[in-house]
Every structure is written in structure tokens, then in C-alpha cells.
Design a protein around this ligand. Sequence first.
Ligand code: SAH
Ligand code: DHB
Ligand code: MG
Length: 222
Amino acid sequence: MTHDQWTAVDGYLTDLLAPADEALTAALDDSAAAGLPAIAVAPNQGKLLNLLATVQGARNILEIGTLGGYSTIWLARALPADGRLITLEYNPDHADVARANLARAGLDKVVEVRTGAALDTLPQLEAEGAGPFDLTFIDADKANNPHYVSWALKLSRPGSLIVVDNVVREGKVARADESDPAITGTRAMFDLVAREPRLDATAIQTVGSKGYDGLLIARVTA
Ligand code: SAH
Ligand code: DHB
Ligand code: MG
């Protein structure tokens, strides 16, 4: 199987089940024009996030790692009119692109893009009493994945969902001798989740237009 095949199948599935619209297309186009890396979730992955938030009945969503706001749009579209999404982004240029993309999508009243390193802004959220979040999507610097899961747990309630992107990275996650901090961070995250009695989790490998990767989904039980 090749990446071309995965991409062709993703095209087939996405055209049928997760078709682009003006706001999603423009969000990707303007992100590319602004020089942002093409590392947003695939459309069918965005639709998965949207469905998870809908099934969850989410009213309060947290995202760590905004980029141009593409996954943010998919998540925020699952919210009720009085729902709220806070998305954390380190790079102020990314945050500016995201704010424009979210405004064009009609979501600027629902979404707040907060600039800063997430390990600085997460304690602020706690101090403000911003949680509990019904769903947290973690998709930022992978080295900090264990810290982000700990924070997500702290800002959750029983029944909350925590989703972590990019947890397989072409299979590298299974290599105990990897020194890449993105991989060691993700492995430390898996150790934490496996040991944490308040989390009930699974992870699946995925292939598609974004390559060979995977997703962790955890439910907060207590
Ligand atoms: N969720 C997006 C993709 C996010 S890419 C989507 O699917 O559409 C990862 C983002 O995390 C980048 O924009 C990067 O600038 C941001 N990031 C990296 N380190 C961060 C940190 N310490 N705190 C917050 N965001 C960070
Ligand atoms: C990278 C980050 C992501 O969030 C992603 O989905 C793909 C790649 C990266 O940093 O390379
Ligand atoms: Mg990602």
C-alpha cells in the first residue's frame, strides 16, 4: 500500500462524508498563503472530531495547538449556540491566521484563540475556572504530551473526553530507543495514560492523506 492509495481513498471518503465548504477551503488556502505548515488534520479526521464532540454533547471544548484553526472549525461546529471553545496557540502569526479563518467561518463569538505557550496559558485557564471541558483535543508540541494530558485531566469532569493527535508517527512510537523528544514525549504520555486509573483509553493507527499516524481517545472516568 502506498501513500498515493491512502490519499485516493481519503479523497473518495471525504468527498462523500466530509465535503469541504467555503470556510474550510479558505481556512486551508489562507493558512498555506501565510506560510503555515500543511499539518492540519485531514477532512475526515476533522469530521471525526466533530462527531466525537456531537456524541459527547460538548458545550465547552479545549484545543491545544490551533495552527490556522482548521480543526478548530470542525470542533466548534459541533457546539450549541451558547457553547464555547478555547484554543491555545504559541505562535502569534498562527493565532492571527486562525482568528481570521474563524471569523470568516462565523465562529468568532464562540471561539477564543489564546496566544502563548500552552504550559503558561493552561494554569491561567485553571485560575479563571474555565473548565471543566467536555472534550480536549491535544495537537501541539508532542514533547509536552504528558503535561498536556495531565492538564486536560485536571480541567475535565467524569465523562470528559481527551483526544491526542499524532500518537503513532509512522510507527516510531513503538521504538523504545527513539531519542526524538516528540516520540519520547508521546511514549511518556502513553505510560501516564496506562497508569492513570481515572482514564479509560484506546489508540488506533490511521493511514490517509496525512500519512501513517494515529489517535488516542481517552474517557475520564472519575
Ligand atoms: N490542530 C491543528 C494543527 C495544529 S499544528 C489542526 O489540525 O488544524 C500544532 C500547533 O501547535 C502549531 O500551530 C504550533 O505553533 C503550536 N504549538 C507548538 N508548541 C506550542 C506550545 N508550547 N503551546 C501552544 N501551541 C504550540
Ligand atoms: C506535525 C504536527 C501535527 O500536529 C501534525 O498533525 C502533523 C505533523 C509536526 O509537527 O510535524
Ligand atoms: Mg496533528
